[in-house]
Write a protein that binds this ligand. Structure first.
Ligand code: 5GP
Length: 370
């Protein structure tokens, strides 16, 4: 996957596939124009690579020149057509072949044909590397087509996304996510996040991203980020948000095809929540919901002490430590709830009762927001 500006693109046509498409177009033109000398006009900027590779395969005695004609901004046709500049030669009585990188609605090429006809060309034909039949809405046909493609935005091999990507030798397609289910599972220590997360993962096929696990994994494997995190922890300092965020990014990017993520233990602060929004937006997705497990303090303490009897976790045994964890949660982490409330994404779930009943409440909440 590659990123251009704010969007991700996935490989679509390899160098070899492009070469085959170019070869096909060249072969047809060489046959159709045998013994003649058509004038090629490449439409800049997008067609520079195609024109270059095509012309190397053209065996006719031909002139080539370039004209500039831009109608496109961003990822959807603006329909605004600018002037065609650069066709200064006399075309009267000439056979002209226009070289385009891509024909989408056909609006651009329609205009080009009109201008070249007005300059007295004997014939005007179009050679395009790519053609999107689903959106083409003109009543003439395109003479030479390298490849038919679906109506998805592509870049590379001359084609740009806001001027980037033209120099890529392969063609990439905009990465469009199926809508993901991204859950922030929230709640104080002992609320049952781990138990419930395991059930949600299974039911919805989600990837579990627990900051604790991610930290342990990175430190254990001595990754660069892990070592950086450890250097703060060793000094007894909090790991800065940006380090945590970078770790999360690398985890999210390992699973581009996930149905969604459960974020557990993250975000813990407003800046982390803001960063998460940006990370997901860059990947064409977003947080679906924050599910907060509500359990009152006395019950939490009871549960943690109970768990301590079997888990052996040091922080589950000492009542003072437990109280401290709950206090830290209330002071530092609980405010993140408001971040999602403001976005109308917070749903509080009664976390007390049978484990199965709590799971059912979570399922119901998810079904309502999916
Ligand atoms: P049309 O006028 O046929 O709708 O659009 C033609 C022009 O739009 C092309 O020359 C190209 O500049 C741009 N365009 C159309 N589809 C795409 C696409 O998928 N990717 C890129 N990068 N440009 C496109």
């Amino acid at each position: 996957m590659i990123k251009l500006h704010d969007k991700l693109f996935v490989p679509y046509l390899s160098v070899e596939e492009i070469d085959n498409a170019v070869r096909g177009v060249a072969h047809q033109i060489n046959m159709d124009y045998e013994g003649t000398s058509p004038v090629f006009i490449g439409i800049l900027n997008g067609s520079f690579m195609f024109a270059s590779d095509l012309m190397k395969k053209i065996t006719l005695k031909s002139e080539i020149s370039f004209a500039k004609f831009s109608s496109y901004q961003g990822t959807s046709s603006t329909g605004v057509i600018a002037e065609l500049i650069g066709v200064n030669q006399d075309l009267s009585g000439k056979d002209v072949i226009v070289i385009e990188d891509i024909v989408d609605t056909g609006q651009t090429i329609d205009k080009v044909i009109g201008i070249l006809n007005a300059k007295g060309a004997k014939s005007v034909r179009i050679a395009t590397l790519l053609f999107k039949p689903e959106v083409f809405n003109k009543n003439f046909s395109i003479d030479y087509i390298g490849k038919h493609i679906p109506n998805k935005f592509v870049v590379g091999y001359g084609l740009d996304y806001d001027e980037l990507g033209r120099n890529l030798k392969e063609i990439y397609q905009l990465h469009e996510k199926k809508s993901m289910l991204n859950i922030v599972l929230f709640g104080p220590p002992g609320a049952g996040k781990g138990t419930q997360a395991a059930r949600l993962l299974e039911k919805y096929g989600l990837v579990h991203l627990s900051t604790g696990d991610v930290f342990r994994h990175n430190i254990g494997n001595q990754t660069e980020l892990g070592m950086l995190a450890k250097s703060y922890m060793d000094k007894g300092q909090l790991v800065p948000d940006q380090v945590t965020i970078n770790m999360l990014i690398s985890e999210v990017d390992k699973r581009p095809d996930a149905n969604g993520f459960i974020f557990d233990g993250f975000p813990r602060t407003d800046p982390q929540a803001e960063a998460l929004d940006v990370i997901l937006a860059e990947r064409n997705t977003r947080i679906t919901v924050m599910l907060g497990l509500n359990v009152e303090e006395e019950e939490l303490k009871k549960r943690l002490l109970e768990r301590g009897k079997t888990s052996g976790r040091a922080d589950d045994i000492d009542p003072t430590v437990i109280q401290n964890r709950i206090n830290v949660y209330n002071q530092e982490t609980a405010p993140v709830q408001a971040f999602y409330e403001k976005q109308n994404k917070y749903i509080g779930i009664d976390g007390v009762g049978e484990i199965d009943d709590v799971t059912t409440r979570l399922y119901n909440a998810i079904e309502n927001v999916k």
